[in-house]
Structure formats: C-alpha cells, structure tokens
Design a protein around this ligand. Structure first.
Ligand code: NAP
Length: 272
C-alpha cells in the first residue's frame, strides 16, 4: 500500500513541494505519493481531522495555515512553538506532531554560500509568517544585532518584543545598514519591484530574498549590481523540504539526491 503525503495551503496550485517530494520518494524507492490539497481557512480543522481519518502520513503546511494549524495538533516541538508556526506535520500512529523546518532551510541556504551570521548585524524586511522563522534562525546563529522593518509598524513591534530585537519604521529603511539584509516580504513576487533602492544595498555585504518567483528578483539584481552576495529563496525551499523528508522517512538524504532535487527545482522555476 502506498503512503500518502501532501501540502495544505490556500492557494497551493503554485507549490513546488509535490515536484520535490515525489522525486525524492521515487529516488528513495519508497511506496509513497505526495499531493497538493487546497484547504480554505474555514476548513482547516476538519481537514486536519481528515488527515487522521485517512491516515495521511505527513503534511507540509503553507500560507495561510502555519500559525492556525498549531491548535489542531497533538504535539508541537519546542522550536516550532517558539517560532509560532508549523510547516511540517508527522502522523505517528494517529498522533499528529508539528515541526518547523523553515528556519533550518534558511540557515542551510546561508551555510551553502559560506555566509556566517555570528556577530553580524542583520536587517530583516517584513514581519509576516516567514519572517518569524528567519528571526529565530538568525538569533540561533548568534547575530549580534537584528533590526526588523515592516510596512505595518505594529507587526514589527510585536515580533521585536517576542524575540528581543529592534523594530524600525518602514520609512527609515532608506537609512538602513548592516552586514546581511533579508527580504521576507511578498514584494517582488511575480512582479518587478524592490522594497529598497540600490543605494541602500551598497551598505550590505549579503542580500537574501525569500521570494523565488522570479528566481532573480529586482531586489537581488540590484544587490548583485552593487557587489553583494545575492542568495535566492529557492535554496531555503529546497533545504526546508530536505528536513521535512528527514522527519517523515527518518533517514538522511544522500547528497546526490539533494543535488538532483536542487537541479529539478531550478529548472522548473526558470521555465515558469
Ligand atoms: P505574509 O505572512 O503574508 O507576510 C507578508 C509580508 O509582506 C508582511 O510583512 C507584509 O507587510 C509585507 N508586504 C506585503 N506587501 C507589501 C508592500 N507592498 N510593501 C511592503 N511590505 C509588504 O507572507 P509570508 O508567509 O511571510 O511570505 C512572504 C514571502 O516569503 C512570500 O513571497 C513567500 O512566497 C516567501 N516565502 C519563501 C519561503 C522559502 O522557502 N523561500 C518560505 C516562506 C515564505 P504588512 O505586515 O504591512 O502587511
């Protein structure tokens, strides 16, 4: 019998997770399939009950369910609780356990580029769901200073208080400076916009954009132009998925498989 996995979100049509996980299951010769389930916010509770009823073995959780889903789970790992978001569910004999792998995916993407966060000043744009995992990650990696800028200042303030970092008004972004600048807003997603001007990027060494459609956003193009190391969001997506597979299969993925998934994801996004 095949095991069933999937992603829940709203919308989910754009998700690259089925491509990534079905490829991995096939290469690992596992009898498992991965689908995409579009779940409206009002149906989240009943969908999670359905996971147990249908014995779905694991789920990825995406926008807008990462925070809300927590209250429907039987157990949530401490790190995900601290972040306040779950992006991975494991069904262990009818018990649903929640995890967060976004923060690990983010750090692995930096690690792959040889970027150190320890003792660096980090500026984060955005205070939405993705930002929380990024803030947690850079705190874990011992950044010496973290500033968060968000269009809605109250949300930046809320995150800053939760994590003990500095909130800054969006208007002050033009004076921002530091070592790493991390773009976690949805600005630039399927559009040619950047939340910051080229001049701001000259004051940073590394620029990371969580957005990966397009792969090279305007933000990253400007960053590259002024000599920053530019990192796209697809690597984070890849590594958060690799961590999900570890949780579901209880196995380390071989490097050649990680490279194959990476190649496949880049090919897919560049063709979109
Ligand atoms: P979210 O919770 O909806 O948050 C959206 C953020 O973008 C908020 O901070 C919002 O500010 C800001 N924003 C939206 N429009 C803006 C504008 N015109 N000007 C300035 N700020 C604006 O979304 P999310 O889950 O954090 O996701 C954000 C992005 O990260 C998405 O593009 C998503 O695809 C990407 N992402 C990538 C990965 C990955 O693995 N690479 C993982 C997660 C998310 P307000 O608070 O003012 O509304």
């Amino acid at each position: 019998m095949y095991e069933v996995y999937g992603v829940i979100g709203y919308p989910v049509g754009h998700s690259l997770s089925p491509l990534m996980h079905n490829l991995a299951f096939r290469e690992l010769m596992l009898k498992a399939v991965y689908g995409a389930f579009e779940v409206k916010p009002k149906d989240l509770e009943v969908a999670i009950k359905g996971v147990k009823a249908l014995n779905i073995k694991g789920l990825s959780v995406t926008v807008p369910h990462k925070e809300e889903v927590i209250k429907f789970l039987d157990e949530v790992e401490d790190k995900a609780l601290e972040i306040g978001a779950v992006n991975t569910i494991l069904n262990e004999e009818g018990k649903l356990k929640g995890f967060n792998t976004d923060w690990i995916g983010f750090l692995k993407a930096l690690e792959e580029e040889g970027i150190e966060v320890k003792n660096k000043k980090v500026v984060i744009l955005g205070a939405g769901g993705a930002s929380k995992a990024v803030v947690y990650a850079v705190k874990m990696a011992q950044a010496c200073e973290i500033e968060i800028f968000n269009r809605t200042y109250e949300k930046a303030l809320e995150l800053a208080q939760k994590f003990g970092i500095k909130a800054k008004p969006w208007e002050d972004l033009k004076e921002a400076f530091g070592d790493l600048i991390i773009q976690t807003t949805s600005v630039g997603l399927n559009s040619w916009e950047s939340p910051v001007e080229e001049e701001v990027l000259t004051r940073f060494k590394v620029a990371f954009d969580l957005v990966y459609t397009p792969l090279k956003t305007k933000f990253l193009s400007l960053a590259e132009k002024v000599g920053c190391v530019a990192i796209d969001g697809l690597k984070m997506l890849l590594y958060q998925g690799v961590e999900q597979l570890k949780i579901w299969t209880k196995k380390e993925l071989p490097l050649n498989l990680i490279n194959l998934i990476k190649e496949t994801l880049y090919k897919e996004v560049s063709q979109r």
